[in-house]
Design a binder for this molecule. Structure first.
Ligand SMILES: CC(C)(COP(=O)(O)OP(=O)(O)OC[C@H]1O[C@@H](n2cnc3c(N)ncnc32)[C@H](O)[C@@H]1OP(=O)(O)O)[C@@H](O)C(=O)NCCC(=O)NCCS
Length: 175
């Protein structure tokens, strides 16, 4: 990522620009209602934007979730996007790594993601069969449910992922 691009926590006043970013990055899917709830609501969400020349060119959210039983926390990485005219410039990677630093600092040992292993494997994500997603995933998506261990002093968790309300919708997990 170039030194003209800055990463920072998002604020509610970024939402109009974030909405535009999502409509460009996901033309066939409306993820903005989820993002608005994550950013605006009173949830344990850490949301970052990448800003270049006063324009938001990337966004990622990390949501803290519980793993039952035991109530240990992991983070769920999603959604993630970069503006189409700024792809392959390291923005997505920088946002993921910024989130990792933040999660480590909060004592979070593990991050989950549901996404393309061809992309997420670069961050050492690997298929996870110990933490169960909140809804049963479609056949063939097994390898898309992945985790990465961020801290060696934290145990690898197992159990069902309990997500905060914005994520508690079957449609988000099966489409
Ligand atoms: C996926 C996405 C966030 C990557 O952002 P980015 O800023 O372009 O990513 P980076 O610059 O850090 O990395 C670019 C690399 O990722 C690769 N890449 C991007 N999407 C990929 C995918 N789905 N599968 C495999 N590789 C992928 C690029 O080919 C490039 O490879 P290279 O490093 O070998 O050249 C961006 O393409 C995007 O917003 N896509 C649409 C939304 C989306 O699919 N989000 C992820 C699911 S929530």
């Amino acid at each position: 990522m170039d030194d003209q691009t800055e990463l920072r926590l998002s604020t509610p006043s970024d939402l109009t620009e974030i909405e535009h970013l999502y409509s460009e990055a996901f033309p066939d899917e409306d993820l903005f209602p989820l993002v608005r709830e994550l950013v605006n609501g009173d949830y344990p969400v850490h949301s970052f934007v990448a800003v270049r020349q006063n324009r938001i060119v990337g966004h990622v959210a990390f949501t803290l979730c519980q793993v039952a039983p035991g109530e240990a926390e992991v983070a769920l990485l999603a959604p993630l996007c970069a503006a189409p005219d700024s792809h392959a410039q390291g923005i997505g990677s920088a946002l993921v790594r910024q989130g990792f630093v933040c999660m480590k600092g909060l004592g979070i040992g593990q991050v989950m993601v549901l996404g393309d292993p061809n992309y997420y494997s670069r961050f050492d994500f690997a298929p996870d069969d110990k933490i169960e997603p909140p809804y049963q995933l479609p056949d063939g998506w097994k390898d898309a449910w992945q985790s990465v261990q961020l801290r060696s002093d934290k145990p690898r968790l197992s159990g069902k992922l309990i997500v905060p309300e914005p994520w508690d919708s079957k449609a988000l997990w099966v489409s």
